[in-house]
Write a protein that binds this ligand. Sequence first.
Ligand code: 5MM
Length: 339
Amino acid sequence: MSIQTELQQTIEDMIDSTRGILAADESSPTIAKRFKSINVESTEENRRAYRSLILSTPDLGKYICGVILFEETLAQKSDDGVPLPEVCIQQGIVPGIKVDKGKIPLANASGEEITQGLDGLAQRLEQYKTQGARFAKWRNVYHISDRTPTHQAVIANSEVLARYAAICQSKGVVPIVEPEVLIDGDHTIERCSEVSQFVFHELYHALQRHHVVLEHTILKPNMMVAGKNFAHKESPERVAEETIKILRRTVPAAVPSINFLSGGQTPEEATANLNAINQAGSQPWELSFSYGRALQQPALKAWQGKAENSDKTQAALFQRARLNSLARTGKYTSDMENN
Ligand code: 5MM
């Protein structure tokens, strides 16, 4: 199979009109933080047990078409001894892998960060493919303050994200590009839009410079929301209006799918906002989800590190996946939260 055919096949398997992506690629410090919130120690066995449990949720593939895994998970097995990527495949879910190596301070740019992990990426991708991964994900972050993100940080991060995407495609791996404008701060929704427009615009320039085939990419952006410390919470309709406006200004129609991150929104907010986005009329791209916290928070809370809570844990994940699938077609209503 040619690389182009391979990329196209993965895109087709990952995009449909009712499903979305589960982000389960928390790096070691992040999963430790999530486990700490339920008083569970982050040991390799606990991480395996939790991820085995959620990926084995019966019928998860009804609502989820792709799962982003962390490197460690690719090599782990379910309680029944099945490799976890294979568990995904058996559910009709495409396994993918987070390939960035996290953020470091950007030199000479106080308070700003850059994501690392390009060195050796091509070789790592070859290995990940043998373990079942067909797509990859790389996350950049942008901090909003009165003076950030600077032009310097936006350009440097765009360049890295584009180079990652180009390397992935050269290896037949579909890149998810994740430029995350953070929700931290007390900024307005308009400020989030202003920053996001600049970030997305520069990103697509960089992807073009690096000859990335947009038809074989997925964008994973933030929605346009006010900072989490801003006094007023915007309605889903307002979030939808701003989000679509900024995406229409910056994201070419050749991109097949936009799968939002939840970025610190509550599970209910992330679902309601996605629903409003999908109710706002037809757009050039699919509009779906690639949530981490907004899908997993209720499941983690139900689990508490105890095997006797397995059914409750899977039911909680299944419920959020189902509601987000409904939101993905604009058919969610808040009274469904209680059913
Ligand atoms: C699941 O979290 C992912 C990995 O984060 P770290 O590198 O900090 O461990 C993260 O990239 C995630 O995929 C996105 O931020 C979306 O997750 P949320 O929780 O924002 O929907």
